[in-house]
Design a protein around this ligand. Structure first.
Ligand code: SF4
Length: 447
């Protein structure tokens, strides 16, 4: 049960010394209850308070890290069941499998293919996160050789899937990369956890359903807490049901055995079915999804889905407010004005590119709101647009005095002309209308 502000207040020194940055101990307690302060900010907390509050106010899902440097992945630290309650913090990591039965040129080609699974969507780089090397050969030396080759050449963190002998051979060789070890089971957990502990690597605890996994996690967590849970199921519905129940218990009841990130492996063999299965796990509540698909066309929808779920609903996606040059621009080129909402900007950019007529896009700072939302909020109206266009100096780069505004805000054209001193051309309502508009208006600029 989550503690209230008053429960926390009772444990504090009640001196109101302000050393924590809050005006009173009660204000600090309320901030702690809301997850906006932590006990280490009060230098006067007693040992008894630390013991009592330390576990009670710890995040319901522990933070676990895999990989190092730029390849590091942070998992867990989630506090809500639904994105709209607050936000989700750490996007599901996507792991693509590589079998250790590949070797030589085949293995190199597979690694190169996996390294290429990096794409761009609405101005953001999206990519897979881990390479899961699996011990399909059943041979420890073969596994070790494949793991070393992948560690040397792959651009992502490592997930090592094998039995005790294979893991004992491979993990020490790549421990500096902090791989995730899969898996400690009821049969082998003492050896695998000892290996993880000795090499300072996180480990997956794989049980068989909720009860069995909870019991195993409790045993392992008494010795080592860098854990990721795998319920070990073989059906999509069971995996989904168990992950939902586990996350509910972790968040609502603070049930500690389920307070760790979760991993799910896809079972589907057909690529589209596998992506749909993975998408289900991304939605609820896997921190890692391990799958076989390795084509960009297969993974892009999954990554776009992940991006949508893990975008903070309280922060609109925005591009930098500035002038963008699209194509080989010159002084005759049109100047389009739009908002800095990422989807608006990239829709306009795509259509300007598609029109084959180079142009400038002035993305006005509307705090990432779309055209009509920004207009209704007074952020995309005559005065701020005129001021921003002038501030950018864009009209000094062209030999005309006109700007094109979205048709949805035609109503501001008169006032904008008055405020800016420019000719205001009302463009199409939708970005899709830009190619036809541009070809009709600037045929001499067609490239
Ligand atoms: Fe109270 Fe501790 Fe903050 Fe001082 S530092 S006001 S004792 S909570």
């Amino acid at each position: 049960m989550a503690l209230t502000g008053l429960d926390i207040f009772k444990q504090l020194p009640k001196t109101n010394c302000k050393d924590c940055g809050s005006p009173t101990c009660l204000a600090f307690a309320m901030a702690m209850a809301n997850g906006k302060a932590s006990l280490d900010m009060c230098p006067h907390a007693s040992e008894a308070a630390k013991e009592f509050l330390g576990s009670a106010t710890a995040p319901p899902v522990r933070t676990v890290k895999v990989g190092v440097g730029e390849q590091e992945i942070v998992m867990g630290d989630e506090t809500v069941l639904f994105r709209h309650d607050k936000t989700f913090y750490h996007p599901t990591a996507i792991a693509v499998q590589i079998s250790d039965t590949l070797s030589g040129a085949e293995l190199d080609a597979k690694i190169a293919k996996v390294n290429g699974l990096v794409m761009d969507r609405v101005g953001q780089k999206i990519a897979i996160d881990l390479v899961a090397v699996t011990n399909c050969s059943g041979n420890a030396a073969t596994f070790k050789a494949a793991v070393e080759a992948v560690a040397a050449k792959a651009n992502f963190a490592l997930l090592l899937v094998g039995d005790v002998a294979a893991l004992e051979a491979a993990v020490p060789a790549v421990a500096a990369k902090k791989p995730l070890i899969h898996a400690a089971t009821a049969e082998n957990w003492e050896k695998v956890v000892a290996l993880a502990k000795a090499n300072n690597c996180p480990v997956v605890v794989k049980g068989n359903g909720l009860d069995d996994t909870a019991a195993l996690v409790e045993k392992v967590a008494a010795q080592y807490k860098e854990l990721v849970i795998d319920f070990g199921n073989t059906s999509q519905s069971k995996t989904l049901g168990e992950m939902v129940n586990a996350r509910r218990l972790a968040i609502k009841k603070k049930f500690r055995p389920f307070g760790y990130p979760m991993l799910a492996c896809t079972q589907a063999t057909e690529a589209r079915e596998e992506i749909l299965e993975a998408a289900t796990y991304v939605a609820k509540y896997a921190s890692i999804v391990c799958l076989k698909a390795d084509e960009k066309a297969q993974l892009l929808p999954l990554m776009a889905w992940r991006m949508n779920i893990y975008t903070d609903p309280q922060k609109p996606m925005a591009v930098e407010a500035k002038v963008y040059e699209i194509g080989d621009v010159g002084p005759d080129c049109p100047v389009y004005v739009c908002t800095n909402f990422a989807l608006t900007y990239f829709a306009v950019e795509g259509e300007v590119v598609g029109s084959k007529i180079p142009g400038y896009i002035v993305a006005v700072d509307t705090d990432g709101s779309s055209v009509l939302t920004a207009w209704a909020a007074g952020k995309f109206v005559a005065e701020p647009i005129a001021e921003f266009v002038e501030k950018t100096g864009i009209m000094g780069k062209v030999n005309h005095k006109s700007i094109v505004i979205p048709g949805y805000v035609a109503i501001i054209s008169g006032k904008l002309k008055e405020k800016s001193g420019l000719d205001v051309i009302v463009g199409p309502q939708e970005a899709a209308g830009i190619p036809a508009f541009a070809k009709a208006r600037y045929p001499q600029l067609m490239k």
